[in-house]
Design a protein around this ligand. Structure first.
Ligand SMILES: [Zn+2]
Ligand SMILES: [Zn+2]
Length: 340
């Protein structure tokens, strides 16, 4: 089979590797049918990652189950499933606490699309081995489009986690989103659907801002440019830029005892205004997403019809065009494979 491999800045290529096979009765083999780059893949492709190439890329997809081990009961061949970005067993203490990104049964940082905690391949591959099928795979609810939900593996479900629990605790909160890609746009959509009284989306890209306005958000080009009346007024802020200076500006826009969620991946160091944060009373949460625990919640919201993740999909591109099209600049391209 072929595995899309990141080989150098702005360069990916198919590499031929042996087909994966079941190694235990708990495993499944799946074939991605709709896969999309995570926002951090764009940074990797631009040469800003910290892992030396070559490695198999991709950790967001909806896949078709091809083969299951004898002990697998939650999914069957033919099912459409969401494949979470991180590898988790479902039975260790960490997994049972919902800390699925910290599973104790696999190496630290075991994930698809980056060989940090072992090599699990990438989801831009023709076939993928899923080591704990019942624990990891989530059937795609009927009626949801694999193209629209390709990002449920990570960015869509992460966006749910960044804002939904905080809006539940603070109904009608004002939400600031400082972002550069799909995560922030999903957050705007989800925040509006879950009753945020006001959403301000900050992004230098006019096309991104137009999408956010479609989700009912007010927009601004730069967080530096927020008028003073708006600063200091947000109960919830989400930063998804990968830049520490942007995170610093974001926390300065919080209301007293406000909460800031950061999507992380700050590959370069920087400083945070800790004294200002102390004086305001800021809770900053920056955490790798335990995505498997809330993929079902994020899918349920998508199935409710109150959100429109499909609007963030910028391009639908044939699977065979991955090597040429993935390094191009797109907001959220989804690569689809013809089945049959
Ligand atoms: Zn990701
Ligand atoms: Zn585990």
């Amino acid at each position: 089979m072929r595995e899309l491999t990141y080989v150098a800045r702005r360069t990916v290529e198919w590499r031929e590797v042996p087909d994966p096979g079941l190694r235990s009765d708990q495993e499944a083999i799946v074939a991605p049918v709709a896969a999309t780059p995570c926002d951090v893949d764009s940074s990797i492709l631009a040469g800003h990652g910290f892992i030396e190439p070559p490695f198999a890329l991709g950790h967001e997809c909806v896949a078709r189950v091809v083969e299951t081990g004898a002990d697998v009961t939650a999914v069957a061949p033919g099912d459409l499933v969401v494949v979470p970005w991180s590898i988790n067993c479902g039975t260790c203490d960490r997994c049972r606490q919902g800390l699925t990104a910290h599973c104790a049964s696999v190496p630290y940082m075991a994930m698809y699309g980056a060989p940090i905690g072992g090599s699990w391949g990438g989801l831009f591959s023709d076939l993928v081995r899923v080591p704990y099928a019942d624990a990891m795979l989530v059937p795609l609810p009927a009626g949801l489009d694999p193209v629209a939900m390709a990002s449920a593996s990570d960015n869509w479900s992460l966006a749910w986690r960044l804002v939904a629990p905080h809006l539940r605790a603070r109904p009608g909160a004002r939400v600031l989103v400082v972002a550069r890609g799909s995560i922030g746009l999903y957050v705007c959509d989800i925040a509006r659907a879950l009753g945020a009284s006001d959403v301000l989306y900050v992004d230098p890209d006019p096309a991104h801002r137009a999408l956010a306005e479609g989700f009912g958000a007010a927009t601004a080009e730069a967080v530096e440019a927020l008028e003073p009346a708006r600063q200091g007024g947000f109960d919830i802020a989400v930063e998804a830029t990968g830049r520490v200076d942007q995170l610093a500006r974001t926390v300065k826009s919080l209301a007293p005892e406000g909460i800031c969620e950061s999507a992380g991946n700050h590959f370069r160091p920087g400083e945070l205004p800790l004294l200002d944060m102390y004086l305001t009373g800021v809770t900053l949460r920056i955490a790798r997403d335990n995505v498997r625990a809330h993929i079902p919640d994020a899918l349920a919201l998508a199935a409710s019809g109150t959100v429109a993740p499909e609007k963030v999909v910028s391009d639908v591109i044939d699977w065979e065009d991955l090597p040429s099209a993935l390094p191009e600049k797109h907001l959220k391209p989804v690569f689809v494979r013809a089945e049959g």
